[in-house]
Ligand binder design. Structure first.
Ligand SMILES: *Cc1c(COP(=O)(O)O)cnc(C)c1O
Length: 419
């Protein structure tokens, strides 16, 4: 097999033109911000911007109720609070995620329990979730990683059977569809982040959908993000019934959010098209395992993450990653440094300084090897960005570069195998 000389060895680069870029914010956001300031209040309940942002989001998502928050982390905390997750409850979640998934669980003094992942979709599987259910299990926080849906029918069936709540972490998965349904509308609550690195940005911010459509549930969720204030119309109910933080979104974020939401469908369409094209372009290459999206689902690729099967290659992951970078495709060998349960907070079982609470309630310990697929994914992954501002040419260059590096490092078939 003849292969091209790699750029890292002095050959020509696969990508010779700069990647397409663009501005995320424009006059649309500026206009909304100006209007917000002209209201003479930046408080969500007195102004119109957060209300409009949520109304637009509800329409886009086809849901009746949602609540705005200060972050994705806050959204997940609010959903857990609304779901009644409390001291000593167990919450099943994913070992590959942002720490924002876990923080609310520990603030509720509940205990994170990690379920293993599908080796190619990188999402928790129904089987691994069910194996972790105990009488203490109160909720499952399903992380839809990188724009890709988890297997929701089976997960919902398990949750209903065991009477546990389902919170969808959609921080990386805007407009992602599971069998045609938008993720974030399937579980009891759907949580979104508008931090500056997500599909859309309000600087920081978040949204929680209340999918029961039940008004009491909505009021409880709303109150949990607003110090227990219940503000509906002119009536404000300030009684402090239970512990709730202040996670209120301001009118400034709401204003930017209104303009950003209008761009969201296009952003997701672009990423979907580019991600799927990359999969098509690199399928079947030696040593390459694609970012798998199940056929009936729609992925909005927050990033693209393939896995290497180094048994088919003559290089290490590091060499592959460096060769790909030299071809002009910036990439990362891996994603987060390690599965979440290897973080000091779990290894030392210390969420609060000088305390082992809540871990000591059940005596849970966390070990290397707990989720073998999750660990293997992080050890073999090559990750790179997918941007809505890329051009078709950028995407073809990514494919060409991966193809070049893969074929270069492909093991020659053994002589006895060539008949
Ligand atoms: C970004 C992210 C969060 C947290 O969102 P913030 O707005 O940064 O608090 C939670 N879960 C996942 C999967 C994320 O990617």
């Amino acid at each position: 097999m003849s292969t091209q000389q790699l750029a890292i060895q002095g050959g020509p680069k696969a990508k010779t033109t700069p990647f397409g870029t663009g501005k995320r914010f424009g006059l649309e956001e500026a206009q909304e911000l100006l209007e917000a300031l002209e209201q003479n209040t930046l408080f969500y309940h007195f102004g119109k911007k957060v209300k409009k942002f949520l109304a637009d989001f509800n329409e886009l998502y086809g849901v009746k109720y949602s609540v705005a928050t200060t972050s994705g982390t806050a959204s997940i905390h609010v959903a857990l609070g609304a779901a009644g997750v409390t001291v000593g409850d167990e919450v099943i979640t994913s070992p590959i995620t942002d720490q924002g998934t876990l923080i609310g669980i520990l603030y509720q003094n509940a205990i994170p329990v990690f379920a293993d992942l599908d080796p190619h979709t990188y999402n928790m599987t129904p089987e691994t979730i069910e194996a972790k259910i105990t009488p203490r299990t109160k909720a499952i926080v399903v992380v839809h990683l990188a724009g890709n849906s988890a297997d929701m029918d089976a997960i919902m069936a398990i949750a209903r059977k065991h009477n546990v709540k389902v919170i969808e972490d959609c921080a990386q998965s805007y407009m992602t569809r599971y069998k045609g349904k938008l993720v974030g509308t399937i579980g009891d609550y759907g949580c979104f982040s508008t931090n500056d690195f997500k599909h859309i940005s309000t600087g920081d911010g978040g949204i929680v959908t209340v999918n029961s459509g039940d008004e009491q549930d909505f009021m409880a969720t709303h109150a949990f993000a607003d110090k227990n204030f219940k503000r509906f119309g002119d009536a404000v109910q300030k009684d402090l019934h239970f512990l709730a933080p202040n996670y209120r979104m301001t009118e400034l974020q709401g204003a930017v959010g209104i303009a950003q939401l209008k761009k969201l469908p296009w952003i997701c369409e672009q990423r979907h098209k580019y991600g799927d094209r990359i999969t098509q372009g690199i399928s079947g290459l030696p040593g390459i395992q694609v970012h798998q999206v199940n056929e009936e689902n729609y992925c909005s690729y927050w990033f693209y993450m393939l896995r290497l099967d180094v048994s088919e290659l003559t290089c290490t992951r590091k060499e592959f990653s460096e060769a790909l970078a030299a071809e002009g495709i910036p990439n990362q060998a891996g994603y987060i440094a390690a599965v979440m349960y290897m973080q000091p907070i779990f290894q030392k079982r210390q969420a609060y300084l000088g305390s082992q609470f809540p871990f000591d309630i059940t005596g849970i310990t966390y070990h290397q090897g707990d989720c073998p697929n999750g660990e293997a994914i992080l050890e073999t992954a090559i990750r790179f960005g997918v941007s809505e501002f890329y051009t078709d040419e950028d995407v073809e260059d990514i494919i060409a570069a991966i193809r070049k590096v893969s074929l270069h490092f492909a093991k020659q078939p053994a002589v006895s195998e060539t008949k």
